[in-house]
Design a protein around this ligand. Structure first.
Ligand SMILES: Nc1ncnc2c1ncn2[C@@H]1O[C@H](COP(=O)(O)OP(=O)(O)OP(=O)(O)O)[C@@H](O)[C@H]1O
Ligand SMILES: [Mg+2]
Length: 308
């Protein structure tokens, strides 16, 4: 089986999958996933939130579910045949959840199992799938994230989180291009892409614009197809735990970086306020959208839901 081909096709086809990513740990991915699922269900969507943070899952606790008999690790270990069979009710209308696993090492799933997971994610019986992804920029996280049609890039205003976010998007862009060039068996472009990974040595490839300029001289058809694919990547930058105007402006700075270096033109910026009500809701094992629907966090989540 041609690896590039499978993932490339996946990148094109998924219409209803939203990835919630944030390479820095603890920036709020799971809180946002759970509460966004509720906000979207409230406007009539049938939503399934999937805990893809294999190995350190906690999405279910935000819904107040203490433990679940059926988990994603059972599916990954082939104990469950169909992903639809492990959708669990959350007691909230139109919100289902697929709980993660807690098997050590499960996060490093082999390629074939990852592809099976990706196939099943796209056939879940619902209107929208929200994927709560693990921190980091591993191939598994990147490959699962690129099947989504919409991506929320979650960060706080802290510099390490912002830098991690930029690196994650860069990895995603390189991974997308690698898969496309492999699919077209365009080895010259793969070699050029390798050079672009070392911008200090190849300054003309420092930006995607520079890379595409050079790539077109090798193969304009494949380059244009790759550019088109990248143009379809319109992430939402979500700055979480915003306290000041300065915090909120970080999103704009990242937006500019993505544009300048990675040719991502149309990233949108959204913010979520830092809110003490979040901690209280967690302590009560109740989603904040239910516990405090008018809190700043819940208001901001509703705003994001309306713009998705
Ligand atoms: N807007 C907010 N206001 C106040 N606290 C928040 C906010 N967002 C998140 N938190 C706090 O941050 C903690 C971490 O959030 P969460 O578990 O959603 O992060 P995560 O990105 O999923 O972490 P991990 O990378 O470990 O999966 C929460 O338990 C909560 O206490
Ligand atoms: Mg999480």
């Amino acid at each position: 089986m041609n690896r590039g081909r499978v993932v490339y096709i996946s990148m094109d086809k998924r219409e209803n999958i939203v990835a919630i990513v944030g390479p820095k740990g603890g920036v709020g991915k799971s809180m946002i996933s759970a509460n966004l699922a509720i906000a979207l269900a409230r406007v009539g969507k049938k939503v399934v939130a999937v805990d893809l943070d294999l190995g350190a899952s906690n999405l279910h606790t935000i819904f107040g579910i203490r433990n679940s008999p059926d988990r994603l690790n059972d599916f990954i270990q082939n104990k469950v045949k169909n992903l639809n069979d492990i959708i669990l009710n959350t007691n909230i209308d139109n919100v289902g959840i697929i709980c993660g696993g807690d098997v050590p090492g499960i996060a490093n799933i082999p390629y074939q199992k990852k592809m099976r997971l990706i196939r099943h994610l796209s056939t879940l019986n619902c209107d929208l799938v929200l994927m709560d992804l693990a921190p980091g920029s591993s191939y598994n996280v990147v490959d699962i994230s690129i099947i989504a049609q919409k991506t929320l890039l979650v960060t706080t205003a802290e510099v390490p989180s912002l830098l991690n976010l930029y690196s994650f998007v860069r990895s995603t862009v390189f991974r997308r291009l690698t898969l496309i060039f492999k699919y077209h068996k365009c080895f010259e472009l793969l070699a050029l892409l390798d050079k672009a990974k070392e911008p200090d040595r190849h300054s003309r490839l420092k930006t995607m614009e520079g890379f595409f300029r050079e790539a077109r001289q090798t193969n304009s058809t494949v380059t244009d197809s790759a550019k088109k694919n990248l143009a379809g990547f319109r992430p939402f930058i979500v700055v979480n735990r915003v306290r000041t105007d300065k915090d909120a402006r970080c999103g704009k700075a990242i937006q500019n970086l993505l544009k300048e270096y990675l040719s991502i033109e149309s990233a949108m910026v959204m913010t979520i306020r830092d809110d003490d009500a979040v901690g209280y809701a967690i302590a009560r094992l109740r989603p904040i959208m239910i516990e405090a629907p008018n809190s700043p966090f819940s208001q901001d989540i509703r705003e994001i839901a309306s713009r998705l």
